[in-house]
Ligand binder design. Structure first.
Ligand code: PGA
Length: 249
């Protein structure tokens, strides 16, 4: 099996968050104009807490450009949007702001135009880091099962399991939950110099098994990352619980 991506096995969510933070902190401290593209949701919450602490204790982000992987289609200030998450968990909590903040506008009337606008941002700011979470169905961003591995930023429809994850994460009912989002495709995701995939918890264990031991197939979108040497997967014990011993060695 070809596997070039790097795997880091850690004990729990806290250790996963710390490892992720160490990598990002190093990039912020060493690059002249670091460009960091984040994800939102349960997986990176701990990492954001550490980043807030870091920035408020002197980690200098004045030259850092921040952006995001995706955005739900819906009102900008809805509880579930990437915009809301980023302000509540990061921008409103730090005592100094990054050089630039880019977000996809999920309430834009013309989605095509918004995609093209963000494409220009992506072209202007090659990413040093792209942070990712893993869907229970193996999705990456909103690249759901069946998405071709050469996808580029597009308007995606969510699978049912993704809608359920959003309901769970933001404590909302099905009729309030978004069903579409604009997401980077694998092409832009893998263009980042470092891609960090954060995976924690039992509910991710099957997706992790498919990612590391299954066929490379669009049935498990995350397998698009397997033979890429710029990808670092940080996996905790619960998420790794279905893996063969050989894989963990
Ligand atoms: P989570 O979601 O980080 O909230 O578990 C990951 C994902 O579905 O992409």
């Amino acid at each position: 099996m070809i596997k070039k991506m790097k795997t880091i096995f850690v004990k729990n969510y806290e250790e996963m968050s710390e490892k992720g933070y160490e990598i990002i902190k190093d990039v912020i401290e060493t690059k002249e104009q670091p460009v960091i593209s984040m994800t939102t949701g349960g997986s990176p919450r701990g990492l954001f807490t550490l980043l807030v602490e870091g920035v408020n204790n002197g980690l200098d982000i004045s030259n850092t450009v921040m952006m995001n992987l995706d955005e739900y289609i819906g009102p900008k200030n809805a509880v579930y949007t990437v915009n809301t998450f980023m302000y509540e968990n990061f921008y409103n909590k730090i005592n100094t702001q990054p050089k630039e903040i880019f977000l996809i506008n999920g309430e834009a009337d013309n989605k095509e135009e918004e995609i093209n606008r963000y494409k220009e941002v992506l072209n202007a700011y090659p990413r040093d880091v792209q942070v990712l979470g893993l869907g229970t169905n193996g999705h990456i961003g909103a690249n759901e099962p069946g998405t071709p591995f050469d996808s580029t930023i597009f308007l995606a429809e969510h699978d049912d399991s993704t809608i359920e994850s959003t309901m769970r994460e933001y404590n909302i009912e099905r009729d309030e939950a978004p069903t579409e989002m604009i997401t980077l495709g694998f092409t832009e995701i893998l263009e980042a110099e470092k891609v960090i995939l954060l995976v924690s918890g039992k509910r991710k264990s099957e997706a992790v098994k498919n990612l590391l031991e299954g066929e490379v197939s669009t049935d498990c979108p995350a397998t698009a990352l397997r033979d890429k040497d710029n990808v670092i997967v940080i996996i905790d014990e619960e998420a790794a619980s279905l893996l063969d011993e050989e894989t963990i060695k």
